[in-house]
Each structure stands twice: as structure tokens, then as C-alpha cells.
Design a protein around this ligand. Structure first.
Ligand SMILES: [Zn+2]
Length: 274
């Protein structure tokens, strides 16, 4: 029978296949290379980069559907410093109530952290044992809030620890609502980290703004006045958490606006999260 040949003995058509597919493969490889090279610009173009006002994190429904965070914290002792453990435990209960009430209108069922651990040394924490100096740390996998309460025999100033507790609680909220994981691969990106940390500062200030406004003002002014030290540890902290001045600015926003929307670091221009 004659007609178009649709098979070939001895693999004779092979060179033709290679000749036909090679250019396609080359174009594909070039495209992949271009995509990789331009990935940041493309992300910006389709608005998924942090700092794009329409990125997924910046437009999380929480910003629209929730009202002010906070309120007072009845039951806190008059002398906050006398027994910091008691003060912090009472504040933790208040933070649970505050966040539960704040997230409810957005349809989030708030679950408290699995544990609130007050530690005398970093080694007692559930994570972060090898990290640089911290006053508190949130272990996102275990959902454990840790706050360092050093016992050096002298009277301790409880309010900075209260702010740390509120900051770690903010990380818990970022975690359970998905704010913290919407960028997956960028988790170790320092710019991403600064947005996460400065948002936690802002939310901590929002939560505490009616608990103790004067002490919060003092703490914020202290952060703003912090000299930018030049050593390596301070440098690493600035890279991942932002400068003292940036922290103070976001704290002020939290105090003034009191809302998640007011603390949306994800759509802020890069210079505001430096
Ligand atoms: Zn933090």
C-alpha cells in the first residue's frame, strides 16, 4: 500500500525529531532563564510582592473586616513590677480575649497559643535557643509564646516584658490567620522579616494602647532614641526587625489607629519598613 509513511524502521526519523525539538527546548530554556532573571520585576508587575498594595498579604480580608484591637485589662495589679510573672499571666488572658473579639467579625475562630512560657534563660524556651539575644520569641510550629523574665534579684521593670508578650502574641495572630505564611519561599527574606516584625510592633502597641498609654509612650520614645549601634549583632537585628526609629513609627501608628488595617506593613513602601 502506498500513502504517507507514518512509521519508520531502524529509527531513521530520529535526526528529524531532534532537529524539530531542539529549537523548542532552547526557546523554553531561554524563557525559564528570563523568568528567573526577571522574577522580582514580574512579581511587582502582578502585584504579589510585599509592598504592592494589591498583594495577597496586603489585601488579607482581616484588614477590611476587623475593627480596633484592644481595650483595658482589668485585674492587672496596680504595681506591675512587684511580681512580673503574675502581671504577664494576667495580661496573656487579656490578650486572648482581645484577639478573640477582634478576629471574630472576620470569621476567624481565635485559638490561644498552645503555651505561654515565662523563661529565666533562653535555654528554657521551646525554640530559638541558638538565636541572638531575644526578649521573647514565638515558636510558630508549636505555637508557643516565650518571654524572658530574668531574675537578677533586683526589681524588674515589667512593662517592656508586657510589650514583648503583646509582640509575640501578634506573631501568633499572624500565624493563625495566615498572614505569616502567605509568602512561603520568602520566609527567610530580610525585607519580609522586617514587615512581619514591624507589624507585630504595631499590633502590640494597638493592643496595649488603652492598657497603659503612658508607659507605652515612654517605651516608644525610648525605641525612637535608640542609637543605631554598629556592631554585628545590632546590625543583624536591624536587618531582620527594622531600625529602632522604624519600630517607634509603627508603634505610634498602632497607638493612633488601633487596627490591623492601620498596621498593614505589607503595603507600605520599602522606606517605611527599613
Ligand atoms: Zn518578633
Amino acid at each position: 500500500m502506498s500513502g504517507p509513511r507514518d512509521w519508520s524502521p531502524h529509527g531513521a526519523s530520529r535526526p528529524g525529531v531532534v532537529r524539530r525539538t531542539l529549537p523548542v527546548l532552547l526557546v523554553f530554556a531561554l524563557l525559564l532563564g528570563a523568568l528567573f532573571y526577571l522574577r522580582d520585576d514580574l512579581r511587582e508587575l502582578i502585584r504579589t510582592a510585599p509592598g504592592s498594595a494589591r498583594s495577597a498579604v496586603a489585601t488579607h480580608l482581616l484588614y477590611e473586616k476587623t475593627g480596633p484591637v484592644g481595650g483595658r485589662c482589668p485585674g492587672l495589679p496596680k504595681d506591675l513590677d512587684a511580681d512580673p510573672d503574675t502581671t504577664l499571666n494576667i495580661l496573656a488572658g487579656c490578650l486572648d480575649r482581645m484577639w478573640s473579639a477582634t478576629l471574630e467579625p472576620a470569621g476567624f475562630d481565635y485559638e490561644p497559643p498552645a503555651e505561654m512560657r515565662l523563661v529565666a534563660a533562653p535555654e528554657e524556651a521551646a525554640c530559638g535557643i541558638d538565636d541572638f539575644d531575644w526578649a521573647g520569641i514565638y515558636c510558630s510550629g508549636e505555637r508557643i509564646v516565650n518571654v524572658l523574665v530574668e531574675d537578677d534579684g533586683e526589681e524588674r521593670d515589667a512593662f517592656p516584658m508586657m510589650f514583648t508578650l503583646a509582640h509575640e502574641y501578634a506573631h501568633h495572630v499572624q500565624q493563625i490567620t495566615g498572614i505569616a505564611d502567605q509568602n512561603g519561599s520568602e520566609v527567610f527574606d530580610e525585607a519580609w522579616s522586617r514587615r512581619l516584625e514591624l507589624q507585630a510592633d504595631c499590633l502590640a502597641a494597638a493592643a496595649l494602647r488603652n492598657v497603659h498609654p503612658y508607659l507605652l509612650n515612654d517605651l516608644r520614645r525610648g525605641a525612637a532614641a535608640e542609637p543605631d549601634e554598629a556592631d554585628a549583632g545590632a546590625d543583624a537585628a536591624r536587618q531582620s526587625h527594622g531600625s529602632g526609629a522604624s519600630g517607634a513609627r509603627w508603634m505610634l501608628r498602632g497607638q493612633q489607629k488601633g487596627t490591623l488595617a492601620g498596621c498593614n506593613t505589607w503595603k507600605a513602601p520599602a522606606e517605611e519598613v527599613s
